[in-house]
Design a binder for this molecule. Structure first.
Ligand SMILES: [Zn+2]
Length: 107
């Protein structure tokens, strides 16, 4: 069986990572906002420290769950993120709040 045209040499992943500047530090900022009071949150995810491996062949390779509690109200915000083997975010879910952009956070 033929395996497509992509040759995965030893340098393949290195090259891939080199092009993705936002991944070079392994840091990811998640911006969110409380649904109840509108308080804004900025959460730092250190990909190489904070993620929990799933040890599964299928689905996400790493997951991260975080609970945010604001200063303004007792509402709890739960973040649930999923990453693939290359530490790229493949899905994100939030309850009690919603995701906002960096621009919205700073405005
Ligand atoms: Zn709140």
């Amino acid at each position: 069986m033929e395996k497509g045209g992509i040759k995965m040499g030893p340098g393949f992943f290195k090259k891939l990572f080199g092009k993705r500047e936002e991944d070079s530090s392994g840091m990811l900022w998640i911006y969110s906002q409380c649904d109840k009071c509108g308080e804004k949150f900025r959460t730092l995810v250190r990909k190489y420290n904070d993620l929990s491996p799933t040890y599964k062949d299928d689905g996400p390779a790493y997951i991260l769950k975080k609970e945010l509690i604001g200063a303004c109200c007792p509402n709890r915000i739960n973040l649930s993120l999923e990453f693939d083997r290359n530490y790229r975010k493949i899905s994100d879910e939030i309850t009690g709040g919603h995701f906002i952009s960096k621009e919205e956070y700073q405005s």
